[in-house]
Design a binder for this molecule. Structure first.
Ligand code: HMG
Ligand code: MG
Length: 314
């Protein structure tokens, strides 16, 4: 198999992970989590969400959290930069109200989130796909004017719990619209973890021709155990950016049965064994996963954190 030299990992555990956990972590614990990620070499962290706390109580406190981490990134203590100095920080934003919060926090990057399924759009953000695109166009315009960069998520690209099959042509069209709007990359979501490697290659190739590989990231939830296989399939067609959550935390509160994202340490373990660089320190990731587990009050799904590193690793 032809493998890339390096892969980019976007850590979404603090947002996609924590948003669907029963245990709500306080802001200080979330900052400690973010620091550990940065110390482990993670270069892109989605810190939280400027969404309604009525809709997602787990993300309450994102304003304080993001502002504090941004301040840590900017300041020097005893002439030394913090671990966040070279980390790209981002937060999820659903509308102009959320954007105001993001601007006040000083975060450099936001992520908007649209859906390829009409039913999920209604359930998740209380509007149709068409309405969401109108709303997001304004958000993106204002964010770019404020010198922020914008990532676009597209959910339910491989299947929807409410509508079943999702048209691949529709996924490609919507991804193009998000890119045209001013997003610099589209994260292609298997929100409920239904995708298989053949489907990933087929849709991935169509998206690559439409968007270009550098404007794509893959976002696999591991609900049915196919996420690592889907990452391999993506690598085979030249896609090299992946979202993941430490420990395999999380899911989406508005998508029934959406369990966690693929675990960061499981992805990094597989890639390092394959000789692909990530820039992340696997032992630190495992340590952080084990640090986090008792705080979440449940065993996290990561296989590598549970088993540890085998002796054959030199
Ligand atoms: P709505 O109820 O239609 O909003 O919700 P509204 O505009 O009618 O306002 C109702 C109230 O909410 C008002 O307050 C607003 O001020 C307030 P009131 O006057 O009643 O006191 N409000 C807000 N408060 C805080 N922050 C805001 C905000 N906006 C309005 N930004 C809304 C619409 C979009 C706000 C709501 O549906 C929402 O917050 N949804 C977020 C759902 C969510 O976070 N889902 C999980 C993330 S998506 C995901 O996980 C998928 C992904 O991982 C990719 C994948 O896996 O595929 C990204
Ligand atoms: Mg997700």
């Amino acid at each position: 198999m032809k493998t890339p030299n390096r892969v980019r990992i976007i850590e979404v555990g603090l947002r996609d992970g924590l948003q669907n956990e029963k245990t709500v972590l306080d802001v200080e614990t979330r900052i400690a989590f973010a620091k550990r990620l940065a110390q482990a070499g993670v270069k892109e962290i989605e810190l939280g969400a400027f969404v309604s706390p009525q809709w997602v109580p787990q993300m309450a406190g994102s304003q304080e959290l993001v502002s504090k981490v941004v301040a840590l990134k900017r300041e020097k203590v005893d002439g030394k930069h913090s671990e966040f100095k070279t980390v790209r920080l981002s937060a999820l934003v659903p509308n102009t109200k959320g954007l105001e919060g993001a601007k006040q926090s000083g975060v450099e990057r936001i992520a908007i989130f649209a859906s390829a399924s009409e039913a999920f759009s209604k359930k998740n953000i209380n509007c149709t796909i068409k309405e969401s695109l109108v709303r997001y166009r304004e958000v993106v315009e204002q964010a770019l004017a404020a010198k922020m960069s914008v990532r676009g998520y597209l959910s339910m690209c491989f299947g929807c719990p409410f509508e079943g099959k999702v048209s691949e042509a529709k996924v490609v069209k919507l991804a193009e619209k998000l890119l045209d709007m001013g997003c610099d990359e589209i994260s292609i979501g298997d929100t409920i973890g239904v995708a298989d490697p053949v489907q990933v290659k087929r849709l991935g190739k169509a998206l690559k021709s439409a968007l270009g590989k550098d404007a794509m990231a893959m976002h696999f939830h591991d609900t049915r155990g196919t996420a690592l296989a889907n990452i391999l399939a993506s690598l085979e067609i030249g896609i090299t950016s992946f979202d993941s959550s430490l420990g395999g935390l999380g899911g989406c509160p508005y998508a029934p049965a959406a369990t966690g994202n693929v675990a960061t340490e499981d992805v990094v373990y597989m890639l390092h064994r394959m000789g692909v660089k990530t820039g992340l320190d696997l032992e630190s990731l495992i340590e952080t996963s084990r640090w986090l587990q008792p705080k979440m009050g449940r065993e996290l799904p990561s296989k590598v954190a549970r088993a540890g590193l085998p002796r054959i690793i030199s």
